[in-house]
Design a protein around this ligand. Structure first.
Ligand code: DGL
Length: 268
C-alpha cells in the first residue's frame, strides 16, 4: 500500500467518545484528512470481555486499513488497554494509542507522583495505566484506580452539569480523597466532557489530565518524521458508524465542537 501526505489518518472508538481525540488532532493538524470509525451498534466496550473487544478492534482495524490510512489512532481507552496486540498485529502503519500518551502526560505534570486513574471497568481491570505509569515513571509512582461505569451513559445523555452526575461523581471520587493525589487521569474518551464538573468534585489540589492533546502531538511528530504531514488545503473528513448515524451526528457535534459532514452507516 502506498501512503503519501494526502492519505487520511484513521481514528477509531467504540462510539462517539473518540471524537474528543479527533477534535484535538483536527486542532493541531488542521490540514489532515481524518477517517473516523465509531462502533455505535456495539458500544459500550468498557463492560465487555477482552476477547470480544479484541475481535471488534480487529474488524475496525481492517476497515480503516482498507481506506488506505497512513496512521491509526486508537482513541478508545478500553481497546488500547485490552486489544492493542490485535490491532498492531494487523497494521503496517504506525499505531498510536491513548494510554501511553495519557500516562506520559500525567507524569509530566505530577509533582508528588501520586496519580489517580478513572476509566471503564475493562480498562481498570487490565491495569494498563498502572503498568504504563510504572514503566515510564519508575517504581515510586503511587497509583489509585477507580472504575466509573455510569459516567459514559451520563455523558451520552448530555448530563454534563446535572445534579445526578454530580452525585455519581461524588460517590465514585470521594474515596480517592484519602490518597492525597495531585493528578487524576481521565482514562476514558467520554470523561473530558465532564472535566468542569469533576474538577469541582475533586477540588483545587488535583489536576485533571486526559490523553487527547498528547496523542495529537505524537501524531504530528510521527508524520513529520516520516514526511507524511499534509500541508495546505481544507481537508475532507469522513465519519463511519455501525448504527444510528443521526444520533451520532447529534451527539457527536458536542464532542467534536464543530459541525460534522455526512455520517455513513457501515456493516463490519
Ligand atoms: N471509548 C470507551 C473508552 O474510552 C468508553 C465507551 C465504552 O465503554 O465503549 O474506554
Amino acid at each position: 500500500m502506498h501512503h503519501d501526505p494526502s492519505s487520511p489518518i484513521g481514528i477509531f472508538d467504540s462510539g462517539v467518545g473518540g471524537l474528543t481525540v479527533a477534535r484535538a488532532v483536527m486542532e493541531l493538524l488542521p490540514n489532515e484528512p481524518i477517517v473516523y470509525f465509531g462502533d455505535t451498534a456495539r458500544v459500550p466496550y468498557g463492560v465487555k470481555s477482552p476477547d470480544t473487544v479484541a475481535r471488534y478492534a480487529a474488524q475496525i482495524t481492517r476497515f480503516l486499513l482498507a481506506k488506505n490510512v497512513k496512521m491509526l489512532i486508537v482513541a478508545c481507552n478500553t481497546m488500547a488497554a485490552v486489544a492493542l496486540p490485535a490491532i498492531t498485529g494487523l497494521s503496517p502503519v504506525p499505531v498510536l494509542e491513548v494510554i501511553d500518551a495519557g500516562a506520559a502526560s500525567a507524569l509530566a505534570i505530577t509533582r508528588t507522583k501520586r496519580i489517580g486513574i478513572i476509566a471503564t471497568p475493562s480498562t481498570i481491570a487490565s491495569r494498563a495505566y498502572e503498568q504504563a505509569l510504572a514503566r515510564l515513571g519508575g517504581p515510586d509512582v503511587h497509583t489509585v484506580s477507580k472504575a466509573c461505569p455510569l459516567f459514559v451513559p451520563l455523558v451520552e445523555e448530555g448530563w454534563l452539569d446535572h445534579p445526578a452526575t454530580r452525585l455519581v461523581a461524588a460517590e465514585y471520587l470521594g474515596p480517592l480523597r484519602a490518597h492525597n493525589l495531585d493528578t487524576l487521569i481521565l482514562g476514558c474518551t467520554h470523561y473530558p466532557l465532564l472535566a468542569p464538573l469533576l474538577a469541582q468534585v475533586v477540588g483545587p489540589g488535583i489536576r485533571l489530565q486526559d490523553s487527547a492533546s498528547a496523542v495529537a502531538r505524537r501524531a504530528a511528530a510521527i508524520l513529520d518524521a516520516r514526511g507524511l504531514r499534509h500541508c495546505g488545503g481544507k481537508p475532507v473528513h469522513a465519519f463511519h458508524v455501525t448504527d444510528l448515524p443521526h444520533r451520532f451526528l447529534d451527539i457527536g457535534q458536542r464532542f467534536l465542537g464543530q459541525a460534522m459532514a455526512d455520517v455513513q452507516l457501515e456493516t463490519l
